[in-house]
Design a protein around this ligand. Structure first.
Ligand code: GDP
Ligand code: MG
Length: 183
């Protein structure tokens, strides 16, 4: 069994807790959870002939300097970067989360994106794909931000309709696996 630490990052209200709940408990709750709760969840997965035990930190917005998050960012082996397709603001906020992660990992800002891609497994996710009629961010913009950050995989998800949720984590596991093999 492989045990991986995963961190869910993104603006408040984009669906981080909903994505986590959908993966861990297969359910969706319409109301927003307490936006200040930051917690760790466990999920066991069987994928590509391996057992995985995921420890998932569902981050919350209160403080950029929350010690739990800082530590988890340092120890985290894979990161899900989440925005909502119906919020351009949340899309633009990805950059500051990305920079926070680079700082936490003590990653030199001037190092090339390619090198970064090989050292930090990230998947970029545009959530709330069921709200297409309220869309503020195109699919291509999502692809491009993932590419610009460092050639990371991108996909649109819906925690509400359970679309691509498991897949997002499977792609992230693949990223972590290849990262672990290369190190
Ligand atoms: P967080 O602050 O990032 O943890 O966001 P939450 O998971 O608390 O979700 C914020 C709000 O968006 C809640 O009302 C959720 O029900 C709603 N929400 C989350 N994911 C989706 C989704 O995929 N589709 C739709 N339509 N609503 C969602
Ligand atoms: Mg939350």
């Amino acid at each position: 069994e492989k045990e991986y630490k995963i961190v869910i990052l993104g603006a408040g209200g984009v669906g981080k807790s909903s994505i986590t709940l959908q993966l861990v408990q297969n359910k969706f709750i319409e109301d927003q959870y307490d936006p200040t709760i930051e917690d760790i969840f466990k999920k066991e997965l069987f994928f590509q002939n391996n057992y995985y035990s995921l420890n998932i930190l569902d981050t919350a917005g209160q403080s950029e300097y929350s010690q739990l998050r800082e530590n988890y960012m340092k120890l985290g082996q894979g990161f899900l970067f989440v925005y909502s397709i119906e919020s351009r603001t949340s899309f633009l906020e990805l950059l500051s989360h990305y920079q926070q992660l680079l700082r936490a990992k003590n990653f030199p800002q001037e190092k090339s994106e390619k090198a970064l891609n090989q050292s930090i497994p990230i998947v970029v996710v545009g959530n709330k794909s069921d709200l297409d009629y309220e869309r503020e961010v195109t699919y291509d913009e999502g692809i491009n931000i993932a590419k610009n950050f460092g050639d990371f995989p991108f996909l649109e998800t819906s925690a509400k309709s359970n679309i691509n949720i498991l897949k997002a984590f499977e792609i992230l596991i693949k990223q972590i696996d290849s990262n672990v093999e290369n190190s």
